[in-house]
Design a protein around this ligand. Structure first.
Ligand code: AMP
Length: 680
């Protein structure tokens, strides 16, 4: 895998040597004094709080996951709000699909100059003190990282400008992959007994941990202390590519995994806090100068940096009265200011509509910010119908290509289109093949008709979101190709939509139907864990790779959700699939994974009804009245009561009463096994 990534940037020895030494330098965002690196939302809040929390005081941080995104944290009326700055597929940065900029610095400058879609203008940079460095990863500064990346690019005889520019993310992963060997928490190959001895010797402390290589030389183990006890977890290396604690999220490097569990408990008994240092680590670390001079956030910290008066505005950002546009009912008009009213202190102020209505940008955040009360690590589906091995066998054709192409556009000559598979909102979906470095894979290609700019924006948005997803029951994106028209290249799910399959296979056994439900539930649980709401879950958008392998598709309406605001607030009803929508979506335009749960209930109903149309021919208002009066879709013919009860639970009016996907999975798994044994 990584050999192939290297081939992307490899150049023949001696080729264009002038270019080889062009160091584009560390991206300017990393040197900005208000940039703190990959710190958590909580840490950002602590820093702004300790610095006075005055309106417009802001800092910038890099998202923990996905790599490459940023968040702007800003104080307003005693609270801290967070905006996710997304890196689009074309390398530009944007907030909520507004204007795009070459880097987050340009973006902030733009919004400082009065084009404000925020709760207030990002007016006062909350700067680090001179002796504080931004943290790239725990124990690694951006400067060190840049030096290591440069060293790596040179060792590969790669063009520095390319390796550190467009290929930056691939190079970063290459460098991070072995970085654990230089981290204090990595103890190399020691026995479990020795690991316990070292942890005990250094004293129990919640979250203190060691990672060691296991004797099989292929896997790793995490040992951590919590509540005075030792806990041990396997760390699997999946296909030599990604690292995961059993059934947990996969990461491309151990150092990223550690960062994740430092920020989020995510199934562990507590977060990872303090590394139990390996005896030889001082030597290793100092050798490559990796220790931060004065890290902003050490592992065990939580202590914010000392207060520092906000620095004055850069020239470009002269203080101006904040301009807050009202939330548009359809489409956004971010530049239109509301009428000013005197602020309490007599300064020019603004008429601020109620909180929910005054924020034109969704305050978004990334998956680092989800609640940490989940327990994804230790739950698993024993004997689940589609085993990991089965899925990986089927998917092997796509394995080890994503990394190469995802950060790059595909060239038009790489994508050969064949017949039509279906039609989407902005054009056709065609079957085809995609020629990659050393293999050719079958693909489905979403094409844009008439080069419609609105369609292009939508497809790029869909691509940006899909790029973040990597799960066996979700259609993966392979790349984007800008030929005569824009193309979104995806994994091919040869058998097409589940809805059509159901309509044609009335003989389908219940266990087979439940198998589909279980796989969809698995994919949806993953989306939930990635803070993504699908917003269009229905059997028409579940595609079949084989009769027993389903994948969720069509992310055209999907959005990232801010765990801070808990739901995605849509600007206005569009072409919405009303029959699949929960009442709060229709009334308040609020979407979260619990509204996806409602749609999942309708999808289960469709599966048990062999693709029938829900609510017959009722009109939208009639459906709402029907639901509000306590009615629900009728139990499909021959449907087991327990399955119908799951559907009913998904349709609880109060979303808090609906189950989560992870709660439904064991029940579905149990039913699957029961029906399978009796061949129902
Ligand atoms: P969409 O625009 O995503 O709703 O796709 C429209 C239609 O194209 C779907 O209903 C499928 O029939 C087909 N299609 C989309 N994506 C794929 C895929 N990855 N594999 C196979 N068929 C697909």
């Amino acid at each position: 895998m990584f050999k192939k990534a290297i081939s992307f940037i490899h150049r023949p020895p001696g080729a264009n040597n002038g270019e080889m030494d062009e160091d584009p330098g560390i991206p300017r965002v990393y040197s900005e004094p208000y940039f703190y690196g990959r710190i958590t939302r909580q840490e950002a809040e602590d820093i702004l709080t300790v610095n006075g929390k005055q309106d417009g005081l802001y800092l910038l941080r890099e998202s923990i996951t996905p790599l490459g995104n940023f968040s702007l944290s800003m104080a307003f009326q005693g609270n801290i709000v967070h905006y996710s700055i997304e890196k689009k597929i074309d390398g530009q940065y944007t907030i909520a699909d507004d204007m795009a900029f070459t880097d987050p610095v340009a973006l902030i400058h733009h919004y400082q100059s009065g084009h404000c879609g925020f709760v207030t203008v990002p007016r006062f940079p909350c700067s680090r003190s001179a002796d504080q460095e931004a943290v790239a990863f725990r124990g690694l500064s951006y400067n060190d990282l840049h030096s290591l990346m440069k060293e790596k690019a040179r060792s590969m005889n790669a063009s520095l400008s390319r390796a550190l520019g467009t290929m930056r993310e691939s190079l970063l992963i290459l460098v991070l992959r072995n970085m654990h060997e230089r981290m204090p928490w990595y103890h190399g190959e020691i026995t479990r007994e020795e690991c316990i001895r070292r942890l005990e010797e250094s004293g129990h402390e919640d979250g203190k941990f060691i990672i060691r290589k296991r004797a099989d030389n292929q896997t790793f183990a995490l040992t951590m202390s919590c509540d005075g006890q030792m806990r041990h977890y396997f760390i699997l290396v999946n296909d030599g590519e990604t690292y995961s604690i059993e059934n947990g999220q996969r990461f491309k490097a151990l150092i990223i995994l550690v960062d994740h569990y430092h920020n989020k408990r995510d199934g562990l008994p507590c977060k990872l806090t303090t590394p139990c240092p390996a005896p030889n680590i001082r030597h290793q670390v100092f050798e490559i100068n990796l220790l931060l001079k004065n890290p902003v956030c050490e592992f065990s910290s939580g202590t914010p940096p000392r207060p520092k008066p906000p620095s004055s505005l850069p020239d470009i950002a002269k203080p101006i009265p904040p301009r807050l546009p009202p939330i548009p009912s359809s489409g956004r008009t971010p530049d239109r200011p509301p009428p000013p009213v005197p602020a309490p202190n007599g300064a020019p102020g603004v008429d601020i509509p109620p909180r929910e209505k005054r924020i034109p940008f969704m305050e978004k955040s990334t998956s680092e910010e989800t609640t940490d009360d989940e327990d994804t690590v230790k739950t698993c589906l024993p004997d689940s119908p589609m085993t990991h091995e089965d899925a990986e066998k089927l998917e092997s054709v796509y394995i080890d290509i994503r990394e190469d192409v995802m950060s790059n556009d595909l060239q038009p000559e790489q994508v050969i289109l064949e017949g039509k598979l279906g039609s989407g909102q902005f054009g056709e979906v065609k079957k085809g093949v995609c020629h990659l470095v050393n293999k050719t894979v079958p693909v489905a290609v979403k094409t844009l008709k008439n080069n419609d700019p609105a369609g292009e924006k939508e497809i790029l948005r869909e691509a940006t979101l899909m790029k973040r997803l990597d799960h066996q029951h979700i259609v993966r994106m392979i790349g984007v190709c800008k030929g005569e028209s824009l193309m979104l290249v995806m994994e091919l799910a040869e058998l097409g939509p589940l809805k059509k399959y159901l309509e044609k296979h009335l003989e389908m056994k219940v266990w087979h139907q439940v198998e589909m439900m279980l796989q969809i539930c698995d994919g949806m649980q993953y989306l939930e864990s990635r803070d993504v709401v699908h917003r269009d879950l229905a059997t028409r958008n579940v595609l079949l790779v084989t009769e027993h392998f389903a994948k969720i598709s069509d992310f055209g309406m999907s959005r990232m959700v801010d765990s801070n605001s808990e739901y995605y607030h849509a600007h206005g009803p569009g072409r919405w699939p009303l029959m699949w929508y929960a009442p709060e979506c229709l009334y308040y335009h609020k979407f979260d994974s619990k509204s996806d749960v409602w749609s999942f209930g309708v999808t289960l109903w469709e599966i048990m009804s062999f693709g029938a149309r829900p609510y017959d021919r009722k009109r939208p208002q009639e459906i709402l009245n029907f639901i509000e009066s306590g009615n629900r879709l009728r139990k499909p013919k021959n449907c087991d009561d327990r399955l119908y009860n799951i559907m009913l639970s998904c349709w609880a009016l109060e979303k808090g009463k609906r189950p989560t996907f992870r709660e439904m999975k064991p029940t579905l798994d149990h039913l699957y096994k029961e029906f399978k044994i009796t061949n129902m």
